[in-house]
Design a protein around this ligand. Structure first.
Ligand code: 13P
Length: 261
């Protein structure tokens, strides 16, 4: 699990990075975390898998975790050209992996069933799944956003079973808020996070449900981060665009540093 009682900040680099710019990022991230009181938050970066080695070789006691953005649906080695399984990720200090990001659902046709299989593979290798859910513009406009997201979680829960679900964490990422600058309204975030927590309590009971972290993602930046993380049932954030450079990510971390829980 992610550490409790800390605000979780996960950067999702998507398809960004280069060997040279990663070095600059790493230097700046390490010095920023040293300067800030990172006891107040927990920082992770979901990297393109090809950069896991570059980061893992520099992690000695570093105060952040690295993760992946995806994992193969197949557990065992096999004839699956281009795929990377959970056992391979684990070898590179990969502590968590995003699964079911809306971009994977959209461009690679990933279903909730597949997302559940991937989460299960990750857990077998000791990697925390960060399961993404979220409605599109249409569902939001129709007023069915909560129904849509609860269905996604229900489907994943029925494939995974509550024992494994207890070991997952979730990110609510409304698709219309991703990369658009249109961050969800605070009241909508509170409503959705409350509904998700309630559903998790129904599925697994109060205590395990409270241990699951629920992050918000979608156009989070240094300007809006505090108004988001201060909302009820928001345990942290999943940051795309603002996480790929330390100019923007550093500012966001500075905002979180020293903030009282
Ligand atoms: P942006 O922060 O760029 O909107 O991306 C959010 C996201 O998809 C993180 O997984």
């Amino acid at each position: 699990m992610f550490p409790e009682k800390k605000t979780i900040v996960i950067g999702n680099w998507k398809m960004h990075g280069s060997l040279q710019s990663n070095e600059i990022f790493l230097e700046k991230l390490l010095s920023t975390l040293e300067d800030l009181n990172s006891a107040d938050f927990f920082c992770g970066i979901a990297l393109p898998a090809i950069y896991l080695f570059q980061f893992s070789s520099r992690l000695d006691n570093a105060p952040f975790f690295i993760g992946a953005q995806n994992v193969a649906q197949w557990e065992e080695p096999g004839a699956f050209t281009g795929e990377i399984n959970a056992m391979m990720l684990a070898e590179f200090d990969c502590k968590f992996s995003i699964v079911g990001h809306s971009e994977r659902r959209k461009y690679f046709g990933e279903t909730d069933k597949l997302v559940a299989k991937k989460a299960s593979n990750l857990l077998k290798s000791g990697i925390i799944p960060l399961v993404c859910v979220g409605e599109g513009q249409q569902e939001r406009e129709k007023g069915s956003a909560i129904h849509f997201v609860k269905n996604q979680i229900d489907e994943i829960a029925s494939c995974l079973g509550s024992d494994l679900l207890k070991k997952c964490n979730f990110a609510y990422e409304p698709i219309w808020a991703i990369g658009t600058g249109n961050v969800a309204k605070e009241s909508d975030i509170v409503e959705m996070h409350g509904a998700v927590k309630e559903l998790l309590v129904q599925i697994m009971g109060e205590v395990p449900a409270q241990n699951i972290s629920l992050l918000y993602g979608g156009s989070v930046n240094a300007e809006n981060v505090l108004s988001i993380v201060d909302q009820e049932n928001v345990d942290g954030i999943l940051v795309g665009g603002a996480s790929v450079s330390m100019e923007t990510f550093g500012k966001l971390l500075e905002k979180l540093a020293g903030r009282r829980q």
